[in-house]
Structure formats: C-alpha cells, structure tokens
Design a protein around this ligand. Structure first.
Ligand code: HEM
Length: 308
C-alpha cells in the first residue's frame, strides 16, 4: 500500500500557494538535500496536526530534468517535459523549473509558514522563481465569473483519475502534475455579453449548467476538453484556483493531477492547435498561458525512501 501526498485528492481549499523552484547553477541535489526532501511528509503531517482547523494539504512535485539526480536512473514510466504542441496557434509556454510546492489550506498563515521554511532550507540547492497566492473566489468561481471544477471526478473516481496504479507499481500512489498560469484579459471579457461568454465556456454563467449540444459551439472550452476514448470520457483532477492583484495580472492557476500525462496533453492540444477538427478553444481569446510545467508527485513512501 502506498500513500498519496495529501495535496492531490481533497476538495478545493480557500487558499492555495503555488511555488516554482529552479535548481541553482552548479549545485547538485546531494544526500543532505535528499534527506530534507525525505522529511517533507513528516513536516506536512506535523503542521496539519498542529493546525487541524486549517485543513492543510500539500504536494511536492519533482520535474523531469532534476529527477535522476534525486531518485537515480529509475523514473515514472511517463515522466517527461511539458509538451510542445505542433501547429499551436495559442501560446502554451514551458517554464524551466525543477520543483513545485502546491500547498492549500483554509488559513493562509499556515501556508506561508511552511513555504517560508522550505524555501530557506532548500535555498542551498534551489531558487524560488515564482510564488503565486491562489484563493477560492465566491462559490468556486473563476475570475471570469463561471464556476470551475463542477465536472471534476467525485469520490473514488478522484483517486482512479489522479493516481498511478498497478501499471507502474514502483511509482504507485504518485501523480503527474501539470500547471499553467493563465492571465485573463478581464477588460475584453467583461465587455462580452453573458450569452456570448456562455458560448465561449459551454455552460451557463449563473446556474452553471451545460449548454445543449445545439447551443454549444465546437469552439467552447467544454467542447475542446471533453474527449471520449473507446466510449469512456477521459478524466483529470483539477485543483486550479484564481489568483491576482487589482493592479497586476489576474487569472487562473491551472493545476491538474492525473495517473498519466497523456490526457492533459490531449486536452491542451485540442485547446490550442487546430489539428483534429480545425477548431481551437475560444476561451484563449480572453486568457493567455504565461507559464507551464510538468512534474511527478511521488508517494509519501517514495519520498521517505530518499533518506540515508
Ligand atoms: C471545465 C475554466 C483551462 C480542462 C471548465 C469549466 C470552466 C473552466 C469554467 C466548467 C466547469 C467545470 O466543469 O469545471 C477554465 C479556465 C481555464 C481553463 C478559465 C484557463 C484560462 C483548462 C485547461 C484544461 C482544462 C488548460 C486542460 C488541458 C477542463 C476539463 C473540464 C473543464 C477537463 C471539465 C469538462 C467537462 O467534463 O465538462 N474549465 N479552464 N481547462 N476544464 Fe477548464
């Protein structure tokens, strides 16, 4: 039995902290670094127990470039770089980074405390390159005003969608994590009449219902990301949160966990490249990805196994 890291499966929290780290030039992740990573799950459990009211959850993900230094030559079967999608007409940049900390809780102070400790301790090997504070907005809405996360898998389906299983036993309980920071063009979005916004998303705004097939354009976000394979709808587990400042960027920190990277890659391709049916996602006329990265979030036991 393996234990997934606590940040993967639970429902959305009211605060999120997303931190990307890049390995410092000329520094190798030596045994002292691995020992710190191995202690991470115990640190998370301790802070969660000491602040039970905060419902604190955390994931630590490791990118494909630094993986061999930390775990050696054996790696999750499908760990690979963030995809480059040929023929793309919307940007989906890949950000050079090696670790991600995805923390969430109902109290921001708890997130800050652990993220600060981690950043100081890992500072010998890794530089923090971006920190984003996400927050739950109204009744789980994105800043576009549409509810985000409605069609996420529920109950047992969450683990079935998000966690590696017997197909890769050494890394079972782990998860492939993709993130993209999107910046919304709020001004042009807010000028669009609600009926047209609904056609862009593929759902109604206030009541969050899916549009009928006749009313839902092929360019709607929902039409692009709902993919059936042998009669089965492909699923990812999204843990995205809105972020932003009134005077700066505002948007969505898109976050998805899955038992394979293939599904995110297929969805993204249908959003940004007119390869299959000549269509792309019209949501991307109002929002632009400015970062993107792929990680593997190993099980608690796999991280603890790094200790010596
Ligand atoms: C559904 C917003 C990017 C995959 C949705 C929904 C909204 C939304 C409002 C409908 C409610 C729901 O079921 O959650 C956004 C925004 C994005 C974004 C604002 C960025 C600007 C992405 C990306 C992917 C993705 C990059 C995957 C590559 C999905 C999936 C669904 C969904 C799988 C559920 C579809 C269904 O089963 O009906 N998104 N999304 N989204 N989105 Fe996104």
């Amino acid at each position: 039995m393996t234990t997934p890291q606590s940040g993967i499966l639970p429902e959305a929290s009211s605060n999120g902290l997303f931190m990307l780290f890049r390995r410092r030039l000329g520094r190798r992740a030596d045994q002292a670094c691995k020992n710190l990573l191995a202690q991470w799950p115990a640190r998370v459990s301790k802070i969660a127990a000491a602040n039970a009211d905060a419902h604190f959850y955390a994931s630590l993900g490791i990118g494909p470039d630094v993986w061999p230094e930390i775990f050696g030559p054996e790696k999750p079967a499908k760990l690979r770089a963030f995809p480059r999608i040929s023929g793309a007409i919307h940007p989906a940049p890949s950000t050079q980074c090696d670790l991600i900390l995805h923390l969430r809780a109902d109290r921001f102070d708890v997130l800050f405390e652990l993220a600060d400790q981690f950043t100081q301790e890992m500072g010998e090997w890794f530089d923090a390159i971006e920190t984003v504070h996400g927050f739950r907005y109204r009744d789980k809405r994105d800043l576009t005003g549409f509810v985000d996360g409605t069609e996420n898998p529920v109950d047992d389906e969450r683990a079935a969608a998000a966690l590696v299983g017997d197909e890769d036993p050494k890394w079972a309980g782990g998860s492939y994590l993709h993130i993209q920071r999107y910046v919304h063009r709020m001004e042009s979005w807010n000028k669009l009449p609600v009926k047209q916004q609904e056609a862009v998303i593929g759902r109604t705004k206030e009541s969050d219902e899916e549009l009928s097939d006749e009313d839902k354009p092929l360019t709607a976000h929902i039409s692009r990301v709902v993919i059936e394979d042998e009669g089965q709808e492909l699923q990812i587990l999204r843990q995205s949160l809105p972020y932003g400042s009134p005077s700066g960027d505002k948007g969505l920190y898109f976050t998805s966990y899955c038992k394979t990277p293939d599904i995110f890659e297929r969805m993204l391709a249908r959003m940004i490249a007119p390869t299959a049916d000549g269509r792309v996602d019209h949501l991307l006329n109002f929002s632009r990805a400015v970062t993107g990265a792929a990680f593997f979030v190993p099980s608690v036991e796999a991280l603890q196994g790094l200790a010596k």
